[in-house]
Design a protein around this ligand. Structure first.
Ligand code: SF4
Length: 377
């Protein structure tokens, strides 16, 4: 079933742009929040673009700032960070959020620019953002356990994005649309089970329901935050198939966030590799998986057997090696290049100076002092 196949078309009040046009532009984004340990630099001077119709994979280990990036785009960062930092119950942290940390050069909060379809989201008041969130940009959140409300039927919850954004919807039409989208994500017996509450559904089924909720209002951009991480291997495969079908048959762009390079390799057209709040390398997926050039990307790609298999098929000789050590604490990021304590190519300069973001070829960015000098051994 091809739902949308035209390159340019009218959708409700919005006009889709041409495939390949910039849809979301993130420029020098910083998202910091205070904690008892100090300032957490969750997103630290990040820039990237998502174009119409493409899937960008955001890859990185846990705690690299990927979910904070998703929340920043959705305009939810401050609200969630306040809660996560315990700022609602701790007067000191609340003060730090409101005024900035004493003695810190940087302040908690969001800075930089996020533009979506020509509108600057970072300057938009929450009343305006609410009209975009769930309708033009939607989120498939991480963590199935608390993503669905246990007290409402899944039919009711799937309908919610439409009820929130459209003033007059007839009940019959709404039910038809809910069943249509639960059908799109292949929820078994949706016509009989849409009146049940989330407790009656498995993890894989709950993920399908969340995908239907993210799609039902016809968004331009869907952010899928670790959509397979809570699932077993068989279910992961099924959810990836659903996401692939959405990518191919809906005219929607995807930001796919995962710590698993195998998941990103399945769907992404371009990949951005995140570490300690920064994007260390970004470029076309083929380039990133077959010929990674940043030492961290090289390490990541040598950590996943699925990527090694991909490289073997492409006639390369991969080596499963992994990366020594652990990702840094975001409240205590190493000086210079944040990857230097784990990097096999480190030199003195790396410990002193943060590498600049360089466009080393069209659409291929790297932050490494030694780019061009090193290659994978
Ligand atoms: S800048 Fe230095 S430490 Fe950082 S990745 Fe490059 S070589 Fe390694």
């Amino acid at each position: 079933m091809k739902l949308f196949i035209s390159v340019i078309f009218m959708a409700g009040l919005g006009v889709r742009m041409t495939k390949g046009d910039p849809l979301l532009i993130v420029e020098n984004l910083k998202a910091y929040y205070p904690s008892k340990k100090g300032l957490i630099r969750a997103v630290d001077d990040v820039s990237f673009i998502i174009r119409e119709g493409e899937c960008v994979g955001l890859l990185g280990e846990s705690g690299s700032g990927k979910s904070s990036m998703a929340l920043s785009i959705m305009g939810l960062f401050e609200r969630v960070a306040r809660f996560a930092a315990g700022a609602s119950s701790d007067p000191e942290l609340r003060k730090a959020f409101d005024k900035g940390l004493q003695g810190e050069v940087d302040k908690p909060g969001l800075s930089g620019k996020v533009s979506f379809r020509g509108k600057e989201l970072t300057k938009m008041p929450q009343e305006e953002l609410i009209k975009i969130r769930g309708k033009e940009i939607s989120l498939i959140p991480q963590g199935l356990g608390h993503a669905l409300n246990p007290q409402h039927s899944i039919g009711h919850q799937t309908a919610e994005p439409i009820e929130v954004h459209e003033e007059e919807v007839r009940l019959l039409e709404l039910k038809k649309k809910v069943l249509e989208y639960l059908g799109v994500v292949q929820l078994a017996d949706a016509g009989l089970r849409f009146v049940l509450d989330p407790g009656c559904f498995s993890g894989g089924e709950s993920q399908r329901i969340l995908i239907a909720m993210a799609l039902i209002a016809g968004p331009y951009l869907v952010i899928a935050d670790e959509p397979t991480s809570a699932l077993d291997v068989t279910m992961q495969r099924e959810i990836l198939n659903v996401l692939r079908m959405i990518k191919e048959e809906f005219d929607v762009s995807l930001l796919l966030i995962s710590h698993d390079a195998g998941v990103i390799a399945e769907l992404a057209d371009r990949v951005a590799v995140m570490y300690a709040g920064k994007i260390l390398e970004s470029g076309a997926a083929v380039q990133m998986f077959h010929n990674p050039q940043h030492p961290y990307t090289m390490g990541l790609m040598s950590s996943f057997p699925t990527i090694a298999m991909m490289q073997i098929k492409a006639g390369k000789k991969p080596r499963l090696r992994g990366i020594p050590g652990d990702p840094p604490d975001l409240a205590n990021i190493p000086s210079g290049c944040p990857f230097h304590p784990r990097c096999r190519y480190v030199i003195d300069l790396c410990k002193e100076k943060i590498p600049e973001d360089r466009e080393v070829e069209p659409d291929h960015h790297i932050r490494c002092h030694r780019w061009g000098e090193i290659s994978e051994e």
